[in-house]
Design a protein around this ligand. Structure first.
Ligand code: ME8
Length: 519
């Protein structure tokens, strides 16, 4: 039985349209989900929108809409983004859904049953943009002397009756968790930040609001709605049917990975594990805080006028190209930068000119010089065997790196194997062998055919559409494109049995041009 694997993204605030940061996270999570499926795991992959809270309520008011109208309209754009980017989630959750209200009330009651909730009065700072409470000592001063959150967002003084969660009770358990289970919070730099934050002392957390009503109602306390992060974090359980502990909860909880951005690590690694401990539920195995994606080194913002629509980006350069670029260019965990030139240069150099060209050359030569008929009986010489070993090593290295979320390293190893194949073509010069030694030409082309297949299977989680188009042209059945198939010694015999012949190939990675305005 293959092991289940549960991965989630953060759920996005649908107070505006999705931006490139949302696309980056969705793509990274999708690559992981497809990679785990390729490893034979049964994957559950969840994403969605976080629709309650003051930020949504205020934005709707500004636009003269109800919060629900705004949420309905904007959540649709996030769903469109996921399908445009070929994101293979199993569930797109919206926190306005009934099952989510039920799950949030259930975890609330579990925390209450553990004597972790009490009624009091909150007096302190709140950032609506971050939907976060801050301690006075965390605040900084803006240019005009105004108080700002550590994220640089405005804060407002808030006084209201509120339910509190006994977060302070969990301080030691959280520090033990970071120390004894370092894989719980990655990368290490983010874990160190949280150790410092929690060591500084935890105050109890205000977990309900009474000054507005756009949220999940607190059980038996009708004038309160839950603090939006309580319900938002619970989405990870809702999708598995919580509070029903059988079925998907039993199969997929605890989550293998919550993939989130670096700005929301505190919510996922301080509040969330404390809520779960209180509700007596197992903790997720890992929270990974990825870096931010910057536009030519700058944060995108409406005032700078540099906000990129991820769907337009994918339309301009291709979905697989944008996916490949993001996973290859940015060291996962760190911030990264993108620009049209960087996408075009990277994709042309590596996808079009290197891997695409290798596949195209190989298939065209088989088509033209051998009428598409592979020579299944040819013998491999030491150069062929050496190339096969190099490609196997490259594909293995990709898998090892991807297992550790080191995508850029994995793709680097894969690219080195592609370069080795191109070097082999140049050295073997099959176009010359055609006249001098046609038998050897057949062996060279068979060697290349095999390596192109392996390279396509290895990289498929990143560029699924192009890889499938290529594997189709190689005659590889849709159910024979996962990592176990790389170790299947019978695959060529099975291909031979089908009577496969190579047809006139079509390229899968077109050369990209810079748009006029960028050139
Ligand atoms: O934080 N680059 O929603 P959100 C990379 N609703 N990632 C970025 C980014 C950027 N420039 N900007 C944002 C929320 N992100 C909450 C989450 S989860 C229970 C609730 C990431 O729409 C950000 O770090 O502000 C987060 O992981 C995700 O996009 C959604 O951000």
């Amino acid at each position: 039985m293959s092991k289940p694997y549960y991965i989630t993204t953060a759920i996005s605030y649908p107070n505006g349209k999705p931006h490139i940061g949302h696309a980056y996270e969705a793509i990274a999570a999708d690559v992981i989900a497809r990679f785990q499926r390729a490893q034979g795991r049964i994957v559950r992959f969840q994403t969605g929108t976080d629709e309650h809270g003051l930020k949504m309520a205020r934005k709707a008011e500004e636009q003269g809409k109800t919060a629900r109208e705004l949420a309905d309209e904007m959540s649709g754009y996030f769903q469109q983004m996921c399908s445009a980017l070929n994101v293979s989630h199993d569930r797109f959750i919206r926190t306005v859904e009934d099952d989510h209200h039920r799950a949030s009330q259930a975890i609330w009651q579990a925390m209450e049953a553990n004597d972790d909730l009490y009624l009091d009065r909150y007096e302190g700072w709140y950032s609506v943009r971050d939907e976060a409470y801050y301690d006075e000592k965390e605040l900084t001063e803006g240019e005009g002397g105004e108080k700002l959150s550590p994220q640089g967002t405005p804060v407002e003084w808030t006084v209201e009756e509120s339910w509190f969660f006994r977060l302070s009770k969990y301080q030691d358990a959280l520090l033990d968790l970071y120390q004894n289970t370092p894989e719980f919070l990655q990368p290490d730099s983010r874990r160190n930040e949280m150790i410092a934050f929690v060591s500084g002392g935890l105050k109890d957390l205000s977990v309900s609001r009474t000054s507005f009503d756009w949220g999940v109602k607190v059980p038996r306390s009708d004038s309160h709605v839950m603090y939006v992060w309580v319900d938002a974090l619970t989405n990870y359980l809702t999708g598995l049917g919580y509070p029903d502990m059988a079925g998907d909860m039993e199969t997929f909880w605890p989550a293998d990975l919550h993939l989130i951005g670096k700005d929301i690590v505190r919510f996922h690694t301080v509040y969330w594990p404390a809520f779960l401990m209180s509700a007596k539920l197992p903790l997720p195995k890992q929270v990974f805080g990825h870096g931010f994606l910057l536009n030519r080194g700058q944060k995108e913002s409406k005032s700078l006028g540099n906000v990129t629509d991820p769907i337009a980006l994918a339309e301009a350069y291709g979905v697989d190209e944008v996916r490949y670029f993001l996973m290859r260019e940015v060291a996962f965990g760190q911030d990264g930068s993108y620009s049209a030139e960087a996408i075009v240069n990277r994709c042309n150099a590596e996808l079009a000119n290197s891997f695409g060209n290798l596949a195209q050359r190989t298939l065209s030569m088989i088509f033209k010089n051998m009428d598409g008929a592979l020579d299944f009986k040819c013998e491999a010489n030491p150069a062929d065997a050496a190339l096969a070993a190099t490609v196997t090593d490259g594909c293995d290295a990709l898998q090892k790196s991807f297992e550790n979320l080191a995508f850029s390293d994995g793709l680097d190893a894969w690219m080195k194997a592609v370069f080795a194949c191109n070097q082999y073509v140049d050295e073997q010069a099959p176009w010359t062998l055609r006249k001098t030694d046609p038998e050897r030409m057949k062996a060279v082309l068979m060697t290349l055919f095999k390596q192109v297949r392996a390279l396509a299977i290895a990289v498929r989680p990143v560029v699924p559409t192009a890889a499938d188009k290529l594997l189709e042209q190689l005659g590889i059945a849709p159910d024979a494109r996962v990592y176990a198939d790389l170790a299947d010694e019978q695959w060529l015999a099975k291909l031979e049995e089908t009577g496969f012949v190579v047809e006139k190939p079509t390229g899968v990675f077109p050369r990209l041009d810079l748009p006029e305005t960028e050139a």
